[in-house]
Write a protein that binds this ligand. Structure first.
Ligand code: PRP
Length: 215
């Protein structure tokens, strides 16, 4: 009998891309994946158990070993700094982290405020730039902050750029490119190495074939 592999999947933006990628790798995921509110989905025919988690929490589940494997954005990895191995760049859900704000505005010189869902990444970035800022942690709709006078700048994900544009904001600096990664708990990596290697090989093969298609 195969070991059950527990996989933490991020709900939201990355979820659909991740499900599609697993299907492209030949894993049979039931239709439940496309429209379900379940938080745990067992797929006995593949010996998988999926946990559907908030994206920011995926590395926490993997670090604590309640999930063997996880799919997490590089943004979350940079912010959370969890003790997990990053096995593969899945190259899905590409976007980037940027500094943005209202057009033609300078940062307030006295205690400029930066709103973000990524306080650690933002603090490190402005420290590197030699700029002292006050970080304001928000949990979503970050683009609201400069519009209502809560912050001079935001640090947030830009994907299509639509949210910035539709709210009259502009990008000032691009911080880092982001894609999703396959991460693994170090103990699971040793104990379930055969299953994990097979998963990595199948996903790598899909990525390899896709890289030829884009040539
Ligand atoms: C993310 C991000 C931006 C938006 C960018 O928000 O925080 O708000 O997507 O995408 P775009 O460049 O394609 O417009 P998300 O939808 O994850 O929701 P949130 O507001 O809860 O962070």
């Amino acid at each position: 009998m195969k070991d059950i592999l527990t996989i933490a999947m991020p709900k939201g933006r990355i979820f659909e891309d991740a499900v599609e990628l697993l299907r492209q790798a030949g894993f049979r995921l039931p239709p439940e994946f496309d429209d379900s509110r379940k938080l745990i989905i067992d797929v006995p025919e593949e010996s998988f158990r999926f946990i559907l988690a908030k994206p920011m929490d995926v590395p926490t589940y993997v670090e604590h070993g309640v999930a063997d494997i996880g799919i997490a954005g590089k943004d979350v990895m940079l912010e959370e700094e969890r003790v997990v191995y990053e096995l593969l760049d899945l190259k899905i859900s590409a976007c980037y982290l940027a500094v943005a704000g209202l057009p033609n505005t300078k940062m307030n010189l006295i205690a400029p405020k930066v709103a973000t869902k990524y306080p650690n990444v933002a603090a490190a970035y402005f420290r590197e730039q030699g700029e002292q800022v006050e970080i304001i942690k928000l949990n979503g709709s970050i683009e609201l902050a400069p519009l209502i006078g809560l912050a001079d700048r935001i640090v947030d994900i830009v994907s299509t750029g639509r949210t910035l544009k539709e709210n009259g904001l502009v990008e000032y600096e691009r911080i880092v490119d982001i894609t999703s990664r396959l991460i693994v708990n170090p103990a699971s990596f040793r104990m379930k190495d055969e299953r994990i290697s097979e998963l990595v090989e199948r996903l790598s093969e899909v990525k390899r074939l896709q890289s030829f298609e884009t040539l």
